[in-house]
Design a protein around this ligand. Structure first.
Ligand code: G3H
Ligand code: 13P
Ligand code: ZN
Length: 326
């Protein structure tokens, strides 16, 4: 049995101050998913180089993949690595799409500074009750909690939804009051994964429902809103993947200008997983295609990590507006 670790022992911060500053400064804090060393290095270095606060995000299955004990020390190492690189940027470690009180508790006990309880697929009362249970445990330890109302289409941590159910703004105030959650993920048309919409050639992707976002912001003024499923699905990476033997036909994401608009509103956390996966996969495919005899992981994971650093910096600077805010 591992001893309990508080997130402050790892040098992490919770999301409270990050979100306050993001709301005031009209930008969004990036939440990048990771499950291995190169992804963690890429995210941290990209955020250090652009001086951005960052939320390191881990799903339940990613935590199993990396090993919970190793993950704790990786997070501690990431904080130190950022300091060594000359920038003590604020770093939070967040459970993405937590599906039970037990998982959230286990993460909090092993040093996470923030957790999501995603009860969005449950009826309202059940969602509120389980989120409240997590909030009580978390707040006693100064850990912040993200809840969710409304369902996104796509695949999230082994759960798949064919269609989205937009958040009902009229439910938000009661959910926030009943749960005490620190932030809320809402469904306004984003979607998980790399194939977010089915669009015919020449057609535009459907616009996000900014009317719902605005109505939510009116119901809970000054309250931090979160967008999941917010990868752009960078066309350059999709092209590279397809050019070098991959097969990603219907890959399409959220246009950058819509994310920029969201980041300037009540949205203060934007989740990005697929874009990081695509950046690394594109480079690895190119290297394997051009050098079929290569078998040293450093020779393909190293350049993939460099691409991730570049991508993170670009997102922070040009889309989220978080660059220079650390
Ligand atoms: O929304 C889910 C994230 O993209 C995490 O995905 O469960 O494959 O780690 P994962
Ligand atoms: P993407 O699949 O759009 O990157 O979304 C990631 C996400 O929402 C993680 O929770
Ligand atoms: Zn998500």
């Amino acid at each position: 049995m591992n001893p309990t670790t508080h997130y402050t022992d790892l040098g992490l911060v919770n999301t409270k101050e990050m979100f306050q500053k993001a709301l005031e400064g009209q930008y969004a804090v990036p939440a990048y998913n990771f499950n291995n060393m190169e992804q963690l290095q890429g995210i941290i270095l990209g955020c250090v180089e652009s001086r951005s606060p960052v939320i390191l995000q881990v799903s339940g299955s990613a935590r199993k993949y990396a090993n919970p004990t190793l993950l704790r020390y990786m997070a501690k190492g990431a904080v130190q690595m950022a300091k060594d690189a000359g920038a003590g940027i604020p770093i939070a470690l967040h459970l993405d799409h937590g599906d039970s009180f037990e998982l959230a508790k286990s993460c909090i006990d092993s040093g996470f500074s923030s957790v999501m309880l995603d009860g969005s697929h449950h009826p309202f009362d059940e969602n509120a009750a389980i989120t409240r249970q997590v909030v009580e445990y978390a707040h006693e330890r100064d850990v912040t909690v993200e809840g969710e109302l409304g369902v996104l289409a796509g695949v999230e941590d082994e759960v798949s939804h064919a269609v989205s159910h937009y958040t009902k703004p009229e439910e938000v105030e009661e959910f926030v009051a009943r749960t005490g959650a620190d932030s809320l993920a809402i469904s306004i048309g984003t979607s998980h994964g790399a194939c977010k919409f089915k669009v015919k050639p020449g057609e535009k992707v459907p616009a996000l429902r900014f009317d719902i976002l605005e109505e939510v912001a009116r119901k809970v003024p000054g309250y931090p809103i979160v967008l999941h499923g917010a990868s752009t699905v960078v066309p350059e990476y999709v092209r590279m993947i397809n050019d070098f033997g991959g097969k990603m036909e219907d890959a399409v994401g959220i246009p950058e200008e819509q994310l920029r608009r969201a980041a300037g509103s009540a949205v203060c956390k934007i989740n990005i997983d697929s874009d990081g996966r695509l950046a690394m996969t594109a480079v690895i495919r190119r290297i394997f295609a051009e050098n079929p005899s290569e078998f040293d992981p450093r020779k393909y994971l190293g350049p993939a990590r460099e691409e991730l650093i570049k991508m993170v910096k670009l997102k922070n600077e040009k889309v989220l507006g978080s660059a220079g805010k650390a």
